[in-house]
Design a protein around this ligand. Sequence first.
Ligand code: 5GP
Ligand code: ZN
Length: 117
Amino acid sequence: MRNKSSSTCLFCKIISHELPSECLYEDDEILAFKDINPQAPFHVLLIPKIHISTLNDLGVENIDMAGKLFLTAKYLAASNNLEGYRVVVNTNQQGGQVVYHMHMHMLAGRQMKPGLG
Ligand code: 5GP
Ligand code: ZN
């Protein structure tokens, strides 16, 4: 689903400040905030401000925003002096997605194993 926002979506409520978050970056299209249950010393979620449920709902009209998600990760790495990091987009139930507003996890601050094991 692609929509400006969804009244039932947790991350849309964070975008609209109905729910609080620890914001690290915000512009017209993107918000980056700390994950509430961090899996690494640095664990940030990067989300589009429009409601896109999963990566499968991304369309060609979203290419610019999708590129900006990666550039925002790069910006956060530089501004937080992160030497290395991992980005992950869990997609659908089998992909481990729990919140159905597309998001990029950015993990850093500990040694990651090569590969995804
Ligand atoms: P998923 O499994 O859908 O890829 O990841 C959802 C992520 O959202 C999880 O890492 C979870 O800790 C995080 N999360 C869930 N609810 C909240 C919340 O209310 N605030 C914040 N900051 N993160 C949340
Ligand atoms: Zn949403």
